[in-house]
Design a protein around this ligand. Structure first.
Ligand code: GLN
Length: 483
C-alpha cells in the first residue's frame, strides 16, 4: 500500500494500527529471507513501538497523514536503544543513547518504525554489497543489486515490506537505489533536513530523505522531516510541498544537458526520451543545454567525500564504543590499528586511506584544494543554468542494475555515480522517478534536478511523469527469483 492507501483504510477503520504494523512486520520478516533488506526488526513490543505509543498517547490529536504508518530507517540513522550498525562490523554492537532528529520527527507524527535497513558499509558504495550483513537483493529480480547505499530502504519499499523508508544521500544513495528498485527517491536540498543523529560519511554532502512508492508519498514524508533543527547548524527546514503537488508543468523550462546522455545504453536513453516527451506533452518546454563540467564533478566528489570520511571515521577507535580487537596488544597505537583494520571493511579502509592521502601535507593543494575549486565551479555552472531553465532532466544511473557479485572494480563502480554526484556537490535537490523498464525488465529512473529549495517544482515534474508512465506501486509485493 502507498501512504495514501493505508491512510484511507486506517481512517475508515477497515484495519487497526496494530493489525497494520503486525502485518507489515510479518511480511517484512518473510520477505527478508529473499531480499536481506532489514538488519533489525523493531516491532510493537520494542523501544520503537513504545516511543511511538507514548508520543501519540501524549498528543492524541496527532493528525499527520503518517500516523500509524509502518516504515523503515536506514541503519546509519540513530535510534535510542536500537542497534545502529552502519552495516559495519565496527558498529555491530553499537546501540545509541539518543535519537536522530528525523526519527523523533516521524515518531511525533505517529509513524511506526518496523525495522532498520541494510546498506553499504558506512554508506560507501552503489550496490549494497559491502554490508557486513551480506548483500541486499533487488525485489524486481533477486539476482540483481538494489543499488546503494540505501539499498535496503529501496528494496523494502519496492517489495512492500514497508510503506515508506528513509535513506541518506551523499552522492546518490537515495536516488540510485530508488531508480534500480522502481521507487521514488528524493534527495532534499542540503540543509532542508536535519542531519543530527545521522552517522556522518561526508558532512558537507550528506542529506537524509524519503524513498517512497509514489511522488505524493515522497512529498508527505518530506514535509514531516524538513523542519528546522537547532541541533544541526546547517539545518534550515523547508516549506511544505504536499499542498503544492499538482503535476502541473505548463511553461516549465526543462534543460536536457547532453553530457548526461553520452554513452547511455539505448534502452535507458529511450525511457528518458519517454519522460522528456511526457513533460513536453504536458506543456513543458524542452531545451538542449550543455554541462561540460559533468566529468570533473565525479573525481572532485570522490576526493571530497573520502577526505571528509577520513576525518569523520577517525572517531572509531574501539575505545569508548563499537568493535574492539580481542587480541592482547602491546600498545595503544597497536590496539587502535588492529581495531580499525579488523573493524572496517575493504572499501571503507580504501576510502579512509585515499582521504588521508589527499589531505596530507604536500598533496593537499593538488587534490583537496583543487577539488574544492571544482566544487565551486560546478555549483556556479548550475546557478547559471538555472537562469535559463527551471529543472534538468537526466538519467539517475547510466547503467542497468548489475548482477550481484559482478565484481566491478572500484573505479568502475565510482563511475556509475556520474549523474548523481553533481547534485550533492552543489547542495541541490534531486528526485528519481520511475520512467519505465530497460531491456532486462528492470526499472529505469529519471532524475530531476532543481534550484535550492525547489522541491515542489521537481516533485511536480516527477508527478507529471508518474501520472503518465505509472509507478511500480501496484507491483510492491511481487518479486522474481531472477534467472
Ligand atoms: N555511491 C556513492 C559513494 O559511494 C554515494 C554514496 C552515498 O550517497 N552515500 O560515495
Amino acid at each position: 500500500m502507498t501512504i495514501l492507501e493505508a491512510r484511507t483504510l486506517l481512517d475508515a477503520r477497515k484495519i487497526s494500527p496494530t493489525e497494520l504494523a503486525r502485518e507489515y512486520t510479518e511480511r517484512a520478516k518473510a520477505l527478508n529471507s529473499k531480499t536481506n533488506a532489514v538488519i533489525t526488526f523493531t516491532d510493537g513490543s520494542s523501544e520503537a513501538g513504545r516511543q511511538t505509543d507514548e508520543t501519540v498517547a501524549k498528543n492524541p490529536t496527532v493528525s499527520s497523514p503518517l500516523r500509524d504508518i509502518p516504515y523503515v530507517l536506514k541503519d546509519n540513522i540513530s535510534t535510542k536503544g536500537i542497534l545502529t550498525s552502519c552495516a559495519s562490523k565496527m558498529l555491530s554492537n553499537y546501540v545509541p543513547f539518543y535519537n536522530a532528529f528525523v526519527y523523533d520527527a516521524l515518531t511525533s507524527c505517529g509513524a511506526v518504525l518496523i525495522g532498520k535497513t541494510n546498506m553499504d558499509e558506512f554508506a560507501m558504495g552503489s550496490t549494497s554489497e559491502t554490508s557486513c550483513f551480506g548483500p541486499v537483493h533487488n525485489p524486481r529480480n533477486l539476482s540483481r543489486v538494489p543499488g546503494g547505499s540505501s539499498g535496503g530502504s529501496a528494496s523494502a519499499v519496492a517489495s512492500g515490506a514497508a510503506v515508506f523508508a528513509i535513506g541518506s544521500d551523499t552522492g546518490g544513495s537515495i536516488r540510485q537505489p530508488a531508480a534500480f528498485c522502481g521507487a521514488v527517491g528524493l534527495k532534499p536540498t542540503y540543509g532542508a533536513v536535519s542531519r543530527r543523529g545521522l552517522i556522518a560519511y561526508a558532512s558537507s554532502l550528506d542529506q537524509i530523505g524519503p524513498i517512497a512508492q509514489t511522488v505524493r508519498d515522497a512529498g508527505i514524508v518530506f514535509d514531516a522531516i524538513a523542519l528546522k533543527d537547532n541541533g544541526d547548524m546547517t539545518s534550515r527546514g523547508a516549506q511544505s510541498v504536499s499542498d503544492r503537488l499538482t503535476g502541473d508543468v505548463r511553461g516549465m523550462r526543462v534543460g536536457i544537458a547532453r553530457e548526461f546522455y553520452e554513452n547511455l545504453p539505448s534502452d535507458i536513453a529511450a525511457r528518458l526520451q519517454d519522460a522528456a516527451k511526457t513533460l513536453e506533452k504536458n506543456g513543458a518546454v524542452l531545451t538542449e543545454i550543455s554541462f561540460p563540467r559533468l566529468k570533473d564533478a565525479l573525481p572532485a566528489y570522490y576526493i571530497l567525500a573520502c577526505a571528509e570520511a577520513s576525518s569523520n571515521l577517525a572517531r572509531f577507535d574501539g575505545i569508548r564504543y563499537g568493535y574492539h580487537t580481542p587480541d592482547a596488544t602491546v600498545s595503544l597505537d597497536d590496539f587502535i590499528r588492529r581495531t580499525r583494520t579488523e573493524g572496517f571493511g575493504e572499501e571503507v579502509r580504501r576510502r579512509i586511506l585515499l582521504g588521508t592521502y589527499v589531505l596530507s601535507a604536500g598533496y593537499y593543494d593538488a587534490y583537496y584544494g583543487k577539488a574544492q575549486l571544482v566544487r565551486r565551479a560546478v555549483a556556479g555552472d548550475f546557478r547559471k543554468l538555472f537562469e535559463s531553465v527551471d529543472i534538468l532532466l537526466t538519467p539517475t544511473a547510466p547503467t542497468s542494475p548489475p548482477e550481484i557479485g559482478a565484481a566491478l572494480s572500484p573505479v568502475e563502480l565510482y563511475q556509475t555515480d556520474i549523474c548523481t554526484v553533481p547534485v550533492n556537490i552543489a547542495g541541490l535537490p534531486g528526485v528519481s522517478v520511475p520512467c519505465g523498464r530497460d531491456n532486462f525488465g528492470m526499472p529505469v529512473g529519471a532524475q530531476i534536478i532543481g534550484k535550492a529549495f525547489s522541491e515542489a517544482t521537481i516533485l511536480n515534474a516527477a508527478l507529471a511523469i508518474e501520472n503518465e508512465i505509472g509507478s511500480f506501486s501496484a507491483e510492491a509485493g511481487s518479486y522474481t527469483d531472477g534467472r
